[in-house]
Design a protein around this ligand. Structure first.
Ligand code: ADP
Ligand code: F6P
Length: 467
């Protein structure tokens, strides 16, 4: 059987807590199948730009982690500058936050070349490679240029915008061509897939061969939508675990007279946290029955603090939470409990289960696994309600959630009010339907269906020279 080689910027020990959908999902997958996981160690060294750092190998259960450090200069241009200062905002439809500094792209290309050069000697002829996310779009092209013949798949964890928005990135055609060097490209939703096919049709004259196959740059490329899921079984086990149960019981005791709402996110402007707070403030203002009877626990884990847009959102959020508590709080009740940190994964299900409502209201999100984790950890007899942004990839699947437009403060507040009042029969009905969906399309389904299709793609054709 072929060995699976996963390549991503972020590599995490699958046995430890990670905040971020990619690390959590791949940890689950590799824990089961075994294989090699290659990427950045998370460490920086003060060496000249582009200087190759040694690859360190260590074993974590079934998985071999192969990681290398980055130089500070490479990190600044590749990770902070291009990946998170250009691709992340544009792919999340935030052209206003993009910083198209010409220098960054060089660093992005340099680190992708470095990844290719350092990975190549570790590969076996029958390996299957699976490259993850926006940091590594040109990696297949770089590997092909070095003679790599193995099948290479690519999955984009974040949204892909429509062609006109993508076109705002100077030199975006190079990114599009880079995507076409893979054998299979996967997206989170049907909408993202459509944006991709619109792009290759209009910009690279791709010819539709049917069944997700395209003729483009003189080779055949397969493209599909593979909505990522969670490991429902593992999450159930976690929910029954001692730490989750303890968390659940403590929360239930503390909030016996009040209903709990919960938000769990990385602190990212795409997650719509200020909009969520404004909707909560509107709820307290417009529906007095919620005062002193509802508490919102918002956990926001620190993320990408080197990028200025992230520090801006931190200050905005702190000020909103402070003003809500200042205006509505009472001696024995604070409406918002905000924590800027990561919660241990073993305790999260207890917090979800004790909550009557989850607020998952991103302005744009590839999928959003928190929505699925919330559903998986509910008590089926007395489940909570998911308030979900229509702009999360998860909304394509979880139609029984209360879908909201997070830009519409009043309507979101009204939906939260409905969620808080919803009778148990209706809560059960919605929960059963969503649970069936997340079970059917769990993380193993995601991985198996992607890798199955990748295994079936035609043996590598070189096509147009890539670089
Ligand atoms: P993203 O990949 O953009 O971070 P997702 O919702 O898809 O968003 O995935 C986030 C993952 O990280 C989930 O598994 C979630 O449980 C975890 N996570 C996010 N924020 C926190 C936090 N504050 N504490 C603990 N885990 C978190
Ligand atoms: O899901 C999107 C994503 O960028 C993942 O690639 C990553 O695991 C997560 O968000 C956290 O981001 P970062 O790796 O920049 O901390």
């Amino acid at each position: 059987m072929s060995r699976l080689v996963v390549v991503s910027n972020r590599v995490a020990d699958p046995r430890k807590t990670a905040a971020g959908g990619l690390a959590v999902a791949l940890g689950e997958v590799l824990n089961n199948s075994g294989g090699l996981w290659f990427g950045w160690s998370g460490k920086l060294v003060d060496r000249p730009a582009g200087s190759p750092q040694p690859v360190r190998m260590h074993h974590a259960g079934q998985v071999t982690l192969a990681t290398m450090d980055l130089t500070r200069v490479d990190y600044d241009a590749f990770y902070v500058g291009y990946s998170n200062g250009v691709l992340w905002p544009v792919f999340h439809y935030r052209l206003d936050l993009a910083d198209f500094d010409a220098g960054y792209i060089e660093g992005y290309r340099r680190v992708n070349q470095l990844f290719a050069r350092q990975l190549l000697p570790l590969l076996r002829p029958d390996d299957i490679l699976w490259v993850q996310d926006y940091h590594l779009i040109p990696l297949a092209a770089e590997l092909r240029a070095l003679g790599c013949q193995q099948r290479i798949g690519y999955f984009l964890h974040i949204p892909l915008p429509p062609p006109l928005i993508l076109a705002a990135i100077p030199g975006h055609d190079w990114l599009v061509k880079g995507l076409c060097a893979y054998d299979l490209v996967g997206f989170q939703s049907g909408a993202d897939l459509e944006h991709f096919t619109d792009t290759i049709r209009s910009e690279a004259h791709a010819q539709d061969l049917g069944e997700g196959r395209w003729r483009v740059f003189n080779r055949t490329l397969q493209a599909g939508a593979f909505p990522i899921g969670i490991d429902v079984q593992e999450f159930n086990a976690l929910t029954q675990g001692i730490e989750a149960v303890d968390m659940y019981e403590r929360m239930r005791r503390e909030y016996s007279r009040r209903k709990l709402l919960v938000g769990v996110d990385r602190l990212d402007y795409s997650k719509g946290l200020p909009q969520r707070m404004r909707a909560f403030r509107e709820l307290l203002a417009k529906y007095p029955d919620t005062r002193n009877s509802a508490t919102l626990i918002q956990i926001a884990s620190p993320s990408r603090e080197d990028v200025s847009a992230y520090t801006d959102i931190l200050h905005e959020l702190e000020s909103l939470c402070g003003s809500i508590n200042g205006n509505y709080g009472e001696l024995e009740w604070m409406p918002v409990r905000y924590m800027h940190r990561t919660v241990a994964r073993s305790r999260l299900p207890g917090l979800y289960r004790a909550s009557r409502v989850a607020l998952v209201t991103p302005l744009r999100d590839g999928m959003n696994l928190v929505a699925k984790e919330f559903i998986a950890s509910q008590d089926p007899e007395d489940p909570g309600v998911l308030v979900l942004s229509r702009f999360a990839g998860a909304a394509e699947q979880l139609k029984e959630a209360l879908l909201v437009n997070p830009y519409d403060t009043e309507a979101t507040a009204a939906a939260i009010h409905v969620a808080l009042q919803m009778p148990v029969e209706e809560r059960r009905e919605r929960h059963v339907a969503m649970l069936a969906t997340i079970r059917r399309t769990d993380v193993h389904w995601w991985c198996d269906s992607f890798l199955h299709l990748l295994g079936q793609t035609e043996a590598h054709e070189s096509g147009t020279p890539w670089l």
